[in-house]
Design a protein around this ligand. Structure first.
Ligand SMILES: Nc1ncnc2c1ncn2[C@@H]1O[C@H](COP(=O)(O)OP(=O)(O)OP(=O)(O)O)[C@@H](O)[C@H]1O
Ligand SMILES: [Mg+2]
Length: 421
């Protein structure tokens, strides 16, 4: 069993220690060792709810290799994958592995406008550059100007070196209504190009959850972005998202703005063998036993979707050290229970858009063909072409053939079957 020994044992010290060791608290079980005056913190086998790294991250070798090849050959990339499949974890691993480029990670989730996005991009560029290069002179210059205050910065902006001034120009523009948001966004991206040129570094900007901003953009916005991407010589781009139709609308047909300009990488469930080895070894190194039968049940229930593999593993580990089929079944019930509010929220937000989403999903949780699904819910689902398209767009449904649809998330499908029988 892997342990960290801590020399004090109040809750506060545990929190501090987990913070300093950069260990999320939820992945540790704490054991009090009597008479020793020490606290041992044992690592748990699985990790839930946040992107994973190190021993919690498995496989993805071919995706990482592909990504690395595209970046080395200065190609831009579109990374596609359904929700919870492990896109962000993969990107984080790539950021860690690819030390010769400055990888700038921009999370677009919840970013509503280009002004905010511009500020976020400029900050991420600055931070990633300092982190990757350790350029103390640059870091100190930024800190010195920030200390001097915004009034002085405004006064000195023209005198500043390009690679410092570029950053402050974007930051100052955010609060100024007269500076157009589009211009600000372009300056923010341009800043990476300037820094790349002056410092002779290659940058890669990653837009994660790109659909969160991209779906609200007009065609012209995407075209303007394409022009920037094409123009910049020192910056590569990775667009990552979980909405299959939106992401594919960027690249897949002749009219798409990035047609033939982005290399597509698909992230899917884990290969079964890799998932099997992962589950077995995580239980094993943490002192658990799992039967073969239970292992196979875990693979079948999760369909090797990494998030569910980790959730089910964590729930089973919470119950006992000997994992058999009964334990896995009980753990699966807990996973369903934990997912319940998320699934309910999803149904209710879809219901606000149109009342037809619920019957569509219930129908396809029971049958794959449109005719049978319609019969099951007493509603002709053929009429709902727009809703069917939207459900594919957000990745909840997948076309499995002519008139056949499948719910992509096996746990959501099961939840629908159980709750709406
Ligand atoms: N390579 C991996 N090995 C093991 N577990 C993984 C891996 N990738 C992801 N996971 C598990 O799946 C969960 C979801 O991963 P991640 O957040 O990277 O997915 P995502 O595709 O970015 O999800 P979302 O669409 O919600 O942004 C993680 O919390 C982790 O438990
Ligand atoms: Mg993600």
């Amino acid at each position: 069993m892997q342990c960290y020994i801590l020399f004090r044992y109040t809750q506060k010290h545990i929190c501090n220690a987990t913070y300093f060791l950069d260990i999320p608290k939820n992945i540790y079980a704490m054991l009090h060792i009597p008479h020793c005056g020490i606290m041992a913190v044992a690592k748990l086998p699985f990790k839930v709810g946040i992107p994973v790294e190190d021993e919690y991250f498995i496989d993805r070798e071919s995706e990482l290799k592909e990504l690395e090849q595209h970046i080395s050959s200065h190609s831009n990339v579109c990374l596609l994958g359904l929700r919870r499949v492990g896109k962000t974890s993969l990107l984080r691993r790539a950021i860690r592995d690819m030390q010769d480029v400055v990888m700038v990670y921009v999370d677009c989730h919840g970013v509503t406008d280009k002004r905010t996005l511009a500020g976020k991009i400029a900050n991420e560029i600055k931070d990633a550059y300092i982190e990757r290069t350790g350029d103390g002179k640059f870091r100190d210059a930024i800190a010195k100007h920030l200390k001097a205050g915004w009034d002085k910065i405004a006064f000195r902006l023209v005198e500043m070196e390009l690679e410092i001034g570029g950053y402050f120009r974007v930051r100052m523009g955010i609060g100024k209504k007269e500076v157009d948001a589009e211009e600000l966004f372009e300056s923010a991206l341009g800043y990476a190009d300037i820094l790349g040129k002056t410092k002779e570094k290659r940058f890669v900007i990653i837009f994660d959850e790109f659909q969160d901003i991209g779906t609200s953009w007009k065609d012209d916005d995407i075209k303007r972005l394409r022009a920037i991407v094409q123009r910049q010589k020192h910056v590569g781009y990775i667009f990552c998202g979980s909405s299959p139709t939106f992401m594919s609308s960027l690249v897949d047909n002749r009219d798409a703005p990035f047609y033939r300009q982005l290399e597509k990488i698909r992230v899917g469930p884990l290969p079964e063998e890799a998932a099997r080895t992962f589950i077995e070894s995580r239980f094993h190194v943490c002192g658990y036993d799992i039967s073969n039968e239970a292992l196979e049940t875990m693979l079948a229930l999760t369909r090797c979707i990494p998030d569910y593999v980790q959730r089910l593993g964590a729930a089973a580990a919470n119950m006992t050290k000997k994992i058999d089929n009964t334990v896995v079944s009980k753990a699966y019930e807990q996973v369903l229970l934990k997912m319940d509010s998320e699934f309910r929220n999803l149904l209710s937000s879809l219901g606000q858009r149109s009342p037809t989403y619920t019957p569509i999903l219930i129908g396809f949780s029971r049958h794959n063909t449109i005719a049978e699904a319609s019969r099951a819910v007493g509603y002709d689902l053929k009429k709902s072409t727009r809703q069917l398209a939207y459900l594919q767009n957000i990745g909840l449904l997948e076309k499995a053939g002519r008139g056949d649809y499948e719910i992509t998330d096996p746990v959501f499908k099961d939840w629908l079957q159980r709750n709406f029988s």
